[in-house]
Ligand binder design. Structure first.
Ligand code: FAD
Length: 570
């Protein structure tokens, strides 16, 4: 009998375990297998194979039962997820429905999730800007959170490393606030966007309008062809899954690459319940997994563990990993686990109209748009609020053509559209300040369908966020006016936190184990063979979309972990 147990344990033992197969977990899998480690990737959702499991990817609007709109009953059953712009008939299969994984909104929070191989990498909007030292030095300069244990120079080579492999398009703009990367050619501007860019450049020294940097193959390189990917076709239905691999997803890129090494075992339908801590060995030895089909618990073992379940679920896993040594969650000597959670403030928008350039219109589609990097409080604190905001911007015309009517009338209006003027729009992307009062905890009685305590989310805006919304609205109105735009309208959606889908923190990095969970290598201070490299590790939030930073952080940390393993340090 004991022989059998030893055999079972040996069978379930790997060099490394990766929890989650989304953007960060996919990178962990690629890096660890690429460095020769037998790696088990545990994913709570079902398998989604590149191309074959994108059922709606080639469907036309008329081929959908409901013309690609959400059914009323789906909307009513899913008030949370229905708020996400990317959730529609063609993408329903990739989003977690409200009832599937309940959580407690101590304060209103829209938790948008994708539980499948690939995680949210299938549906993301692919915006990929680097951080700069204005971001990494922010907390120390402005006196909030704790100082980051790394600076831009630590991560810059890893940004380059992941950009080359993932394929990031962009222009070299030479801005200190938004360092340039290893770019494929940028997307094109339309004439009104160009007009706005020039007007802003003429009027402000410190404000810039640039083309967004995006994870699209505008000109594939040999490494992308090796991945089996091809040039982006500008179909702009990316979130249904792309059969060309035109944008970066774990499914098209990192997971198949890891599989090709022969070192990866991918186990979908495996909910990680907790990480096992061995009190005698003083290290984590493995994980407890619940099989979603059998509901049975199974243990798996490894030398190192990468936790990449996405920010809030990584908090949940650590909080649920209790032992005599760590009664309040794995590695939680400091008591900060779950605290200092933060997000991005996407509440506000400004729109308007433009009656110039009426002899031009747009042609085709573009899966990206221009971007206005942060310009407030950059070199020094100068406003009545901390930090600042970036903004998206775009101008369009053709999509205002009349699409009403049926038959010959519809054909006529589509072939000879009567175009109105141009519309212009912007949305805010504000940094929020991580605070102790914004926290995550486990509920003491309510459980999810697998018997795991439900996550309690207590996150809200504050006065700093409100001031930032007001300033964004005023400044974008001024900039739109400068460009000659008319009928300018400002909005504040008052949307709950969460819809930005950039939740971060709770397992923050820092120099001091008394005030942080992770060191500069994303390693738990107190349990050196556990690494957390998704959004949970973020000490502050910056204004840039965060996923590129998670990718770079993961590759850097995996490199360290394997070297440390070889030296017997973990
Ligand atoms: C519509 C949309 C637009 C977005 N746009 C952008 C953008 O433009 N730029 C940007 O930077 N970011 C964007 N994001 C956010 C981006 O998708 C996330 O930042 C990114 O996917 C996070 O990577 P991750 O690995 O942490 O999590 P995910 O990609 O969510 O992967 C986590 C994985 O872990 C699995 N998992 C969770 N819990 C467990 C468990 N207990 N056991 C086993 N597995 C588990 C999940 O099923 C999932 O597959 C967008 C997201 C959405 C939905």
């Amino acid at each position: 009998m004991s022989y059998l147990n030893i055999d079972a344990q040996a069978l379930n033992t790997y060099d490394a375990i990766v929890i989650g197969s989304g953007i960060s977990g996919g990178w962990a899998a690629k890096e660890l297998t690429g460095k020769g480690l037998r790696t088990l990737v545990l994913e709570r959702g079902r398998d989604v194979r590149h191309v074959t499991d994108y059922p709606t990817t080639n469907m036309q609007p008329w081929e959908f039962d409901h013309r690609n709109q959400l059914r009323q009953e789906v909307r009513e059953a899913n008030p949370i997820i229905s708020k996400c712009y990317a959730f529609y008939e063609g993408t329903e299969q990739f989003f977690v429905k409200d009832a599937e994984h309940p959580y407690i909104q101590e304060k209103p929070f829209d938790w948008i999730r994708g539980y499948q191989v690939g995680g949210k990498s299938l549906m993301w909007a692919r915006q990929t800007q680097r951080w700069s030292d204005f971001d990494f030095e922010g907390p120390a300069r402005d006196g909030f959170a704790v100082d980051w244990p790394i600076r831009y120079a630590d991560i810059a080579p890893w940004y380059s490393y992941v950009e080359r492999f993932a394929g990031i398009s962009g222009n070299k703009d030479g801005l200190a606030t938004l360092p340039d990367g290893e770019f494929l050619p940028p997307h094109e501007w339309n004439c009104v966007e160009k007009h706005f860019q020039q007007k802003i450049a003429g009027r402000y020294k410190d404000r810039h309008v640039i083309m967004g940097r995006a994870a699209h193959l505008t000109q594939p390189q040999p490494v992308h062809y090796q991945q089996g990917r091809a040039q982006c076709q500008h179909r702009t239905i990316c979130e249904r899954g792309c059969p060309f691999g035109g944008y970066f997803s774990s499914n098209s890129t990192t997971i198949p690459w890891a599989a090709k090494t022969g070192k990866m075992t991918l186990r979908p339908n495996s909910v990680v319940h907790s990480i096992i801590y061995d009190e005698k060995k003083g290290r984590a030895t493995g994980v407890r997994v619940i099989d979603t089909h059998t509901k049975q618990m199974q243990e798996y073992y490894a030398r190192i563990i990468f936790l990449n379940a996405a920010a809030l679920n990584s908090n949940l896993v650590l909080l649920n990993s209790t032992s005599t040594r760590f009664p309040n969650g794995l590695g939680n000597d400091s008591g900060v686990l779950g605290k200092y959670a933060a997000f991005h403030n996407y509440r506000a928008g400004v729109s308007g109209e433009y009656d110039g350039d009426l002899d031009s219109t747009t042609d085709g589609r573009r899966p990206n748009s221009p971007y206005i990097p942060r310009f407030r409080n950059v070199l020094k604190q100068e406003m009545g609020f901390l930090r600042g905001y970036a903004a998206g911007f775009s101008a369009g015309r053709a999509s205002r053509s009349d699409q009403s009517g049926v038959g010959a009338d519809l054909k006529e209006s589509l072939l000879n559209p009567k175009l109105g003027g141009w519309y212009v729009g912007s949305h805010m992307m504000g940094e929020t300040i991580p605070k102790e009062s914004n926290f995550l905890a486990l509920d003491s009685s309510l459980k999810d369908p697998y018997g795991i305590p439900q996550l309690k989310i207590s996150i809200a805006y504050d006065d700093n966020d409100d001031k930032m919304v007001k300033d964004y609205q005023e400044q974008l109105t001024e900039m739109f006016t400068e460009a000659g735009f008319k009928n300018i309208r400002v909005r504040d959606s008052h949307a709950s936190p969460g819809l930005d889908i950039h939740e971060m923190g709770g397992v923050r990095m820092g120099k001091d184990p008394k005030t942080s969970m992770l060191n500069k290598w994303n390693q738990l201070h107190a349990v050196k063979n556990v690494f957390v490299t998704d959004g949970a590790c973020m000490t502050s939030t910056s204004t840039q979309n965060p996923s590129l930073t998670y990718m770079a952080m993961t590759a850097r940390s995996a490199d360290y972990a394997v070297k440390a393993m070889k030296k017997g340090l973990v």
